[in-house]
Write a protein that binds this ligand. Structure first.
Ligand SMILES: C[S@@+](CC[C@H](N)C(=O)[O-])C[C@H]1O[C@@H](n2cnc3c(N)ncnc32)[C@H](O)[C@@H]1O
Length: 260
């Protein structure tokens, strides 16, 4: 009888331990289907210059204009400084750029600051007024849907009333209604960082494959296995990677695809 009781208690403890550490355990056993690559695999602009035997530094091509958002400025949904630098560097060699998800306009502003003078940046977003038409799909992750609502709060952006504004075309539109046929093979760089629900990531990505120029790059933000709000992004990228060569950039939450 005592043996049965000890066995039962041990089993109960194990179940409790599992339930309390479910995420950590899942992450430990998680094997990504997406190949992790170093940044210089994305483009040769990221190859380092040799300065000395023990010192390598960035090429001129990746010296960028930058700004940081201070901690006390409660701006939501932004990229890390390292990711922002990668996007700024790629903007330097891009004439037509598309962004899904403007939010505060931090990344859009960096794209405008660093792209060639004649470059055009198109960015799609939702204002609080646009939210009425947005519905949660059956398979959409709840947290992603909640974030979508919480991040659709801006009518003006960090670049508003600056001289860079005339390079930027903000489109207040649900990306699910975007007519990609108007932009076929137009963009050198596409940044997918709009709604993180499965239906939106899938639609934005499928349209992006059609709107991408030859040799152009698509970047997805928030490829973070195990993070609840990124669950649908990870799921979509894993699914599409069976058809498209997608890579995860080391030390970032960015994945990329380059059209050959
Ligand atoms: C994570 S934030 C974007 C952050 C921004 N890219 C940056 O780096 O600062 C997500 C943005 O996507 C927009 N968004 C979400 N769902 C959308 C949809 N279906 N169509 C257009 N924009 C959408 C939200 O309004 C919000 O501005």
């Amino acid at each position: 009888m005592t043996k049965i009781l000890i066995f039962f208690l041990l089993l109960l403890n194990l179940i409790l331990l599992y339930l309390l550490n479910k995420k950590k355990i899942k992450n430990f056993f998680y094997k990504s289907k997406i190949q992790l690559v170093e940044l210089d695999r994305v483009d040769e602009i990221f190859l380092n210059n040799k300065i000395d035997n023990n010192l390598h530094g960035p090429k001129q091509e990746v010296i960028v204009k930058n700004f940081c958002i201070q901690g006390n400025n409660n701006i939501v949904g932004i990229t890390s400084d390292y990711e922002a630098w990668i996007i700024s560097s790629l903007s330097k060699i891009s004439n037509n750029i598309l962004e899904f998800g403007t939010c505060s306009g931090k990344t859009t502003y960096l794209m405008a600051l660093n792209s060639p003078d004649q470059a055009k940046i198109t960015t799609l977003t939702l204002s609080p007024q646009d939210l009425k038409g947005i519905k949660k799909n059956k398979f959409d992750n709840k947290v992603s849907y909640r974030n979508l609502i919480n991040e659709s709060i801006y009518n003006k952006f960090l670049f508003s009333s600056t001289k860079y504004e005339n390079k930027i075309d903000v489109i207040f539109q649900n990306s699910l209604n975007l007519n990609e046929k108007l932009f076929l093979k137009k963009f050198d760089l596409i940044f997918i960082d709009g709604g993180h629900t499965y239906s939106i990531v899938k639609s934005d990505s499928e349209k992006s494959f059609k709107m991408l120029k030859s040799n152009g790059i698509i970047l997805w933000h928030d490829f973070v296995p195990g993070k609840e709000s990124a669950k649908n992004v990870v799921k979509y990228i894993n699914t599409i990677s069976k058809e498209k060569k997608i890579f995860h950039i080391n030390n970032t939450s960015l994945c990329y695809y380059r059209k050959k």
